[in-house]
Design a protein around this ligand. Structure first.
Ligand SMILES: C[S@@+](CC[C@H](N)C(=O)[O-])C[C@H]1O[C@@H](n2cnc3c(N)ncnc32)[C@H](O)[C@@H]1O
Length: 193
């Protein structure tokens, strides 16, 4: 991506943050280092789907594509209409859905997507109400088929959701210093497995 495009992208991200700081959750897109760390933790097998929640301007989506996940096996859900429109232009060939990740089950049913191997959440979770955190975790696990994995990246040094209360375990898989602010990548597992 050209430098001028990167600047425009950062400006768009910042503008959307000004409009909706809680839901955008960060003043700038994720770094390439974070995108690579997330992409490396993804479980993908030919023919299966990867779902990204909170695509923003596509920093993580791009990392997933560079990791080799085919665009036509990537579903990206983004709440913000302007960001969703931008994403459609930035990553043509991916299924970009303007929608609410708490409705993931319905969104995937409408798309006819069923064999999901990884759900990656970039949603800001830490300061969200428990009902939102529970909806995202439940919808994420509901979408997955075995073997499957749910990932979350965050700026939190501790698990970004109250794992025990949600009946899951949050395992730290990567700590990424080359991101502003430094980020963590978590893998959620059901507490019983
Ligand atoms: C921290 S940003 C991450 C953006 C991008 N993935 C990145 O890493 O640069 C969180 C994104 O989640 C989106 N978002 C927030 N709540 C959402 C929801 N309920 N459903 C879908 N997307 C949501 C925001 O609009 C924003 O684009």
């Amino acid at each position: 991506m050209q430098r001028a495009d990167l600047v425009k992208e950062s400006e768009l991200f910042f503008r959307q943050w000004l409009r909706s700081p809680r839901s955008v959750g960060s003043i700038k897109p994720s770094s390439r280092a974070l995108a690579r760390a997330v992409a490396e933790a993804v479980l993908w097998q030919p023919g299966r789907w990867v779902v990204e929640l909170g695509g923003g301007t596509g920093a993580i989506t791009q990392g997933l594509i560079e990791r080799g996940i085919p665009r036509d096996r990537l579903v990206v859900v983004e709440l913000d209409p302007e960001l969703a429109g931008y994403l459609r232009r930035r990553v043509p060939g991916c299924l970009v859905v303007e929608g609410d990740a708490t409705r993931l089950d319905a969104i995937l049913a409408e798309l006819g997507v069923s064999d999901v191997s990884t759900v990656v959440s970039g949603l800001p979770m830490v300061r969200m109400p428990f009902a939102f955190q529970r909806a995202i975790v439940e919808q994420g696990f509901k979408a997955l088929r075995e073997p499957g994995t749910m990932l979350q990246y965050s700026y939190s040094p501790v698990p970004p959701v109250p794992a025990r209360r949600l009946g899951i375990r949050a395992e730290l898989v990567r700590y990424v210093l080359r991101n502003l602010p430094p980020a963590t990548v978590w893998r959620y597992r059901r507490a019983t497995t």
